[in-house]
Design a binder for this molecule. Structure first.
Ligand code: DC
Length: 237
């Protein structure tokens, strides 16, 4: 049976372990996903980097972040590559490294805007699934457990309070040398949350069968230890 999402319900998508991690910005997703992937020796698929790369490429080509149809066309042939091995964590667009260029506040805003278009989400669906099929992986995003990989064997939805999330984002940006103030970071986060939560296509939400995990009061080590434990148990590692 094929569902409205184009998924063949009878065919398991994964011959290998996959962990879907979703949640709002600043919940600790990127850090947790990276650490979890490292501990389990899985590939980390950062799907936000795909939307960010699309926003950057659109900007370079003079395509408006509001132009859904043209962005959809651009997404259909997005020349993105994720580094492996020595290049782990690096992102390449048309062969050029964009690892840092896709992390600016401006591109964050652009990624949030381009990701709201149904044409874009539809085009990027298969790309994300293909990448996830390449081997054991941790897939990090907003709609991984609900839309991209609804049959992922382990889904984790990370949350944290808005204040904790904004403070973490601020620290992360400062560490990267991006100049911004705390108030602006909180404002940008609220704007992105609003967009991510209310968009018509694939809004951010916790899958029914996901493990809901609040990171506000826990240290990174605590979070990772607990999640590695859950992963080993659920995935039989
Ligand atoms: O996780 P991030 O901050 O790098 O994501 C950038 C933007 O892309 C963010 O506004 C949400 C969006 N996004 C999405 O809509 N779906 C995903 N699977 C990943 C990211």
């Amino acid at each position: 049976m094929t569902t409205t999402l184009g998924i063949d319900a009878e065919r398991p998508l994964f011959p290998h372990p996959v962990i879907a991690i979703d949640g709002p910005a600043g919940a600790g997703k990127s850090t947790v996903a990276r650490a979890l992937a490292q501990r389990l020796a899985f590939f980390l698929l950062d799907t936000g980097a795909i939307y960010r790369s699309l926003a950057l490429l659109a900007d370079q080509q003079g395509i408006s972040w509001a132009d859904g149809p043209r962005l959809g066309e651009l997404a259909a042939t997005l020349p993105i590559r994720f580094g492996r091995g020595d290049e782990d964590g690096a992102v390449f667009l048309a062969g050029e490294p964009v690892t840092t260029a896709i992390r600016t506040p401006e591109v964050s805003l652009g990624a949030s805007q381009v990701s709201a278009h149904p044409e874009v989400r539809a085009m990027l669906l298969e790309l994300q699934r293909q990448l996830a099929r390449s081997g054991p992986c941790v897939v990090e995003g907003r709609d991984i457990g609900t839309v991209v990989l609804p049959d992922a064997p382990l889904k984790i939805f990370l949350t944290a309070s808005p204040e904790v999330r904004a403070a973490r984002r601020q620290k992360e940006l400062t560490a990267r040398g991006v100049k911004t103030d705390a108030e602006a970071t909180l404002r940008e986060q609220q704007e992105r949350d609003r967009r991510d939560l209310t968009r018509a296509t694939a809004p951010l939400k916790c899958a029914d069968d996901a493990v809901l995990y609040d990171t506000s009061e826990r240290s990174l080590d605590q979070v990772i230890d607990e999640l590695v434990g859950i992963a080993k148990q659920r995935l039989g590692l």
